[in-house]
Design a protein around this ligand. Sequence first.
Ligand code: ACM
Length: 545
Amino acid sequence: MKKILSILFIIATMPCFSQSALNIIPQPVKVEAKAGTFTITGNTTVFFTQKELSKSAVFLNTYFKKYYGFALLVQNKQLYPEGKIALEIKPKVATIPGGYAMQVNGNNITITGNDAQGVFYGIQTLIQLLPPQKSNSLAVQQCSIVDSPRFAYRGLHLDCGRHFFSVDFIKQYIDFIAMHKMNTFHWHLTEDQGWRIEIKKYPKLTEIGSCRKGTITGHHPGTGNDCKKDCGYYTQAQIKDVVKYAADRYITIIPEIELPGHSSAAIAAYPQLSCFPNENTPIAKGVTWCGDSTGKQVQQSWGVYPDVFAPTDYTFKFLENVLDEVMQLFPSKYIHIGGDECPKEYWERSAYCQQLIKDSGLKNEEGLQSYFIHKIERYLNSKGHSIIGWDEILEGGLAPNATVMSWRGEAGGIAAAQQHHKVIMTPTTYVYFDYSQTKHEDSLTIGGYLPVETVYNYEPLTPNLTPEEQKYIIGAQANLWTEYVSNPAKVEYMLFPRLDALSEVLWTPANEKDWNGFKDRLQQQYKRYDFLHIQYNPKGIDKGE
Ligand code: ACM
């Protein structure tokens, strides 16, 4: 009996439950679960001590109203009673912003950020500790957490060129990013199949470039064409609203304006941007076309097309004018200028391009691509912005201040880091979320096979670089291309749970990562996704499916 009592005593006084009892994704740096709970009700007050925290307090309260049906009281005050949620900043210098500590005891919940961003991440953690079902009395496990991000750049991309997504859904997408303590939304806005951003100086970009007259069915080149007009673009007012929505969640939006390739939609609007303005748009072999196929057209199938921007004064002036409006809309230091998949056939057969290669002392068409990117970089640098480009921008020599997004594996990222350029890793093999999550998907995908475990095991700091060179890898990003993703439910299905895995790659210290622990924590995350009506693919967890 004495022995049983002493075992009971030990259990009752144990300071710590298992880490996974808290089910937080991404796994925090240090987390200790304690016995007991703190209960949140409609009488609980959120106090915040610095004015800049009001938007985080509002964020939390909006969440309560939307999902639990009651609001908290919110006050900006220094002194406060027991029984509350307190948000505060105790400034602490760290190389990467966003660190925070969180204490939950029987009387209070306290979130202390190194900065305002850290408080916001603490709120994301608190949200994950709430029960995933509606109730007016919410028990939060007592605990002590100290947490901070591993990588400075934690990104997610969405291709709105192949398929257009509404502003409401873009905001939801931004919430998914915030929920995973990530900080960058790479918004892919221009493509062969649609130009999606209003540019006041060039109205035809959206009048003509944002519409295609049909879309292939099945895999490229397709089994037919739906012949449905497909249009959509974001007005500048909508973009400003989205940029603010993201900033309130500590998310930077990096817009991508593709050049010199993937430019069919822009060329359809302004044919003079092509080396051959009078030639018809090339249509891929086997594609069933809808409507007029003469002149310049917005593409109706996927793939890569040779009719790219001509490196003329007209094109550069056009791009500078477009980028001027883009810079007005997006405060991001970085502007993504694409640079990938630019076939050189048109430049090869253009007398103008060949003369330019000669006159500028360039070696070949790769040199011309580099000339193109350098020129755009100089312009953006002169306006205080920096460029990001896909790893093809290494061809013919990197522009001096460019950041490289390494997508064709890690080789481009390795080469760029060795040249002391910043790198964001986005290799297809680990973070292309358009690839299938299981071996037997029940809807069409682009192909490939990228189960969640492979994402989870990704390590952006490749051992092929020295520790000094690894410092140039600022983080990683998943890309979601949407050739075969045409609606929000499918976007969510492709994202989850792989985004959970990526968040842990980017946030959690490498030595705290644990696949089995992650799988356990994911069960609670699935309950939360059900509660929030978010789609996910629960099958992808077991390889071999
Ligand atoms: C890419 O996937 N073409 C960057």
